[in-house]
Ligand binder design. Structure first.
Ligand code: G6P
Length: 369
């Protein structure tokens, strides 16, 4: 335990625990106190250019791409602008269909990822407006984009991204609300729900971290696991992808994320006695559907760890263990639900004696193609 790790054993653990503060710092100055509006004064957009945006392309790699998947949902729901999300290494070679008023958003923690920068540069060459969401002030992405939103996560040292992801999500929600308020698509109910949930997130994140000892125990019990499945629908599917990536990156356990309704089209063949399945059930409108998918894996004797909201009495009847999340709006569930998954990956790597902060074959920022 060194001083620079703030009393924690690893940078990743420290960064997981810094999330309440990182989220608060990312919200500061952007949400007004009475939760009536979002301000993003750093954007240079005129009202005219803002109204003109007719589609958005989000481009990113790795964890930042997973943030983009959640961003698509938020922007489409709140601002009613169609959004496509691409992995940068695909986007740059696929000749994407753009309009003169397409806004390109690149998301990159480091601001230096080669594929993401190439997408940024290609887009600018086409005359498109590019917004960068990055954690590094003065990075290449920050310097080259037309506009920049900084995620105030503070330096992220561990290769596996945690607080950068959650602050990217916060930034994307703020952006969705900002676009929605300017374009008149943010109803007052939605405003109260989204802005209220954002303001409550630092406290909620704090409460989720209390689950760390239980998750550590779970990780120890499942030391021998070779394959793990993460399932969920809607936003829970996007978070499943991130949960599976975290586990793969540092524990080296094979993990697959599956849209819960798609399981029966192949993956169910791999669900056998004792295979751990992490099932996310935070999306209220999809709850019943997810529950029936959970029953399908339970019927094949999987060991199921469920994630749902505190107060839910149903899920525990169909799974082996439940992690309860402090209640907040399902719209911002990804920020809350990912934290136990980060902890799970962390403890699974620690139990295996892996180099948590510097996993094999991976780099913090990939500056070559
Ligand atoms: C590397 C890192 C990942 C990260 C990805 C994108 O692969 O190991 O953790 O998500 O790059 O990085 P960026 O800095 O562009 O967000």
């Amino acid at each position: 335990v060194s001083a620079e790790r703030g009393g924690f054993q690893h940078f990743m653990q420290k960064e997981i625990h810094e999330q309440p503060k990182a989220i608060r710092d990312t919200l500061t100055g952007r949400l007004d106190e009475d939760l009536q509006s979002v301000a993003l004064p750093e954007l240079s957009w005129t009202d005219e250019s803002l109204q003109a945006i007719d589609r958005i392309h989000i481009v990113a790699c790795g964890t930042s791409w997973h943030a983009g998947l959640v961003g698509k949902d938020a922007i489409e729901k709140i601002a009613k602008i169609p959004v496509e999300v691409d992995v940068a290494s695909e986007y740059r070679y696929r000749d994407p269909l753009v309009t003169p008023n397409t806004l390109v958003i690149v998301i990159t923690q480091s601001g230096e990822t080669a594929d993401t920068l190439a997408a940024l540069r290609d887009s600018k060459q086409k005359g498109l407006r590019v917004l960068a969401i990055t954690n590094v002030v003065g990075s290449s992405a920050a310097r080259e984009a037309d506009d920049v939103l900084i995620t105030w996560a503070g330096p992220e040292i561990a290769v596996a991204s945690t607080k950068a992801y959650t602050t990217q999500l916060v930034t994307l929600y703020l952006l969705a609300a900002y676009l929605g308020q300017a374009r008149g698509t943010l109803s007052s109910d939605a405003k109260a729900e989204v802005l209220g949930a954002l303001a409550g997130l630092p406290t909620v994140a704090e409460q989720v971290l209390d689950a760390a000892p239980r998750i550590e125990r779970f990780a120890k019990d499942y030391q021998e696991a070779r394959d793990t499945f993460f399932i969920g629908r809607g936003l829970d599917y996007a978070v499943s992808l991130e949960g599976a990536l975290k586990l793969k990156e540092i524990s080296y356990i094979h993990a697959e994320a599956y849209a819960a309704g798609e399981l029966k089209h192949g993956t169910l063949a791999l669900i056998t006695d004792g295979v751990p399945v992490i099932a996310l059930a935070t999306q209220t409108h999809l709850y019943e559907k997810t529950l029936s998918n959970i029953k399908e894996v339970k019927a094949r004797d999987a060991f199921v760890l469920g994630l749902t909201w505190a107060g839910d009495e149903e899920l525990k009847k169909s799974v082996d263990e439940v992690i309860y999340l402090p209640r907040t709006s399902p719209v911002v569930a990804p920020i809350v639900a990912v934290i136990p998954l980060q902890l799970l990956a962390y403890y699974a790597a620690v139990v295996r004696g892996n180099d948590v902060d510097k996993p094999r074959n991976l780099a913090k920022s990939v500056t070559v193609e």
